[in-house]
Design a protein around this ligand. Structure first.
Ligand SMILES: Cc1cc2nc3c(=O)[nH]c(=O)nc-3n(C[C@H](O)[C@H](O)[C@H](O)COP(=O)(O)OP(=O)(O)OC[C@H]3O[C@@H](n4cnc5c(N)ncnc54)[C@H](O)[C@@H]3O)c2cc1C
Length: 389
């Protein structure tokens, strides 16, 4: 099995510590040895490779940048490098880890009671338990503030009614972090699998993120104890706080998909000869595409590193992450398209990872805030004017 050589044009690695390089090497080796050999079949069969979950838990990938409760307590560069390597394997795998860590463990860690933390975090960290995050509804994606799912206080219970959709890991999750409208505003709840009135159904027919489970969650008079409300999650901003965590990981992750596409095209065009026994890579038009890709990947790496440094220093805000997510997803998608072109007809085959990455990246462009929405966040930051409505 070929080992990924990495993509480093400007001695980016010299900006990383020994520990950061070691963490990346661990994730890289895991992807080379455990993911690359099986991901094509998993994707084609529309199956998440669930056999990898406990191993990822042992390697510390879940909630890796959180402290305590068995979490690895890594810095945000190390966390980002793990996301990068996982998404080099497949966006579905990185999505699983993003949801588990940033959208389920993070809200329990940040907004949960001590009892909730003790009950869930060690199990989620090890992969013994799987979680999902229910915010999007059939009628509201980009504008979750209009959500219709409700939670009504009746005696000692909260009763949920409504529907969430496009939920990663929905049907396989033992615990769902669910956002619902109450008389006091939007609040977060932990809903356990098997709770009466809670059911899930999977979404089939996806031509993107095929190696990832995506479901709808249904709530019909679903009563959860008061102790299942996240006590410190007040208002939509609590849910958005989780999204900022996940989007940060995406900004790093998609660089891995871009690197895989770039490296596949670089090695392919060096090996393939067409006119006068000259490698394709020796032609100017081919080099122009490779030059564009390596330049944009390099700029994306620097952006990701700076945002991670800000995050470690407690100075990162959501508008920084919008630039990271929007830019790096866009350049990754363009790298996939250019690489597909450079492989000619072979570029459409599943023997190469390019079309898989390209299809996955269409989802990544949409979820966790669409390209448009992040454009509007940046626009608001630089003008002071909100253009969402
Ligand atoms: C595979 C997959 C997994 C997902 N996993 C999860 C999950 O785990 N949990 C979860 O809660 N959600 C999840 N989502 C949902 C995802 O977050 C939403 O799809 C996303 O927020 C966009 O919402 P929408 O699909 O309703 O699109 P819409 O909001 O209907 O947007 C459609 C188009 O209109 C544009 N648009 C909308 N509003 C504006 C505006 N004001 N100005 C300009 N353009 C605008 C959008 O940019 C987009 O181009 C997932 C989605 C997918 C595809």
């Amino acid at each position: 099995m070929p080992r990924f050589p990495g993509v480093d044009y400007i001695q980016f690695d010299s900006l990383l510590s020994e520990q950061e390089l070691l963490v990346r090497q661990t994730a890289r080796q895991f992807v080379d040895e455990r993911v690359v050999p099986i991901i094509r079949e998993a994707y084609n069969n529309g199956k998440f490779p669930s056999g990898l979950i406990r191993e990822m838990g042992q390697l510390g990938f879940f909630g890796a940048n959180l402290e305590g409760y068995g979490c690895a307590g890594l810095n945000n560069v190390e966390y980002g490098l793990i996301m990068q390597e996982l998404e080099r394997g497949d966006s579905g795998l990185r999505s699983f880890v993003s949801v588990q860590g940033a959208l389920v463990m993070y809200p329990i860690h940040a907004y949960g009671s001590e009892e909730q933390k003790q009950r869930w975090l060690p199990k989620l960290q090890s992969g013994e338990a799987i979680g999902c995050f229910g915010l999007t509804e059939p009628d509201f994606g980009s504008n979750p503030s209009a959500m219709r799912t409700t939670a009504e206080k009746r005696g000692a219970a909260w009763v949920l009614n409504g529907e969430k959709t496009w939920i990663t890991n929905g049907s396989v999750a033992g615990v769902a972090v669910v956002w619902a409208r109450t008389s006091e505003g939007i609040r977060g709840f932990l809903v356990e699998k098997g709770t009466p009135g809670y059911s899930t159904s999977d979404i089939h027919g996806k031509l993107s993120m095929r190696a990832s489970v995506t479901s709808s969650l249904h709530f019909s008079e679903c009563a959860v104890p008061e102790s299942h409300q996240l006590p410190c999650a007040k208002g939509l901003k609590a849910a958005l706080g989780c999204l900022t965590q996940a989007r940060f990981g995406i900004g790093w992750g998609v660089l891995g998909a871009a690197m895989d596409c770039y490296e596949t095209a670089r090695s392919y065009t060096l090996a393939r000869k067409q006119f006068d026994d000259k490698p394709l890579a020796g032609h100017q038009l081919v080099q122009e595409k490779l030059a564009w890709m390596i330049t944009e990947i390099t700029k994306g790496q620097l952006l990701a590193l700076q945002v991670a440094k800000l995050k470690d220093a407690g100075k990162m805000d959501a508008a920084h992450v919008s630039m990271l997510k929007r830019n790096n997803v866009a350049i990754a998608l363009e790298c996939a398209r250019l690489s597909r072109d450079l492989l000619g007809a072979n570029g459409i085959m599943d023997e190469y990872p390019i079309m898989r990455h390209m299809c996955n990246l269409e989802t990544v462009k949409t979820y966790e805030g669409t390209d448009h929405i992040h454009t509007l966040v940046i626009g608001e930051r630089v003008t002071g004017l909100s253009a969402y409505r």
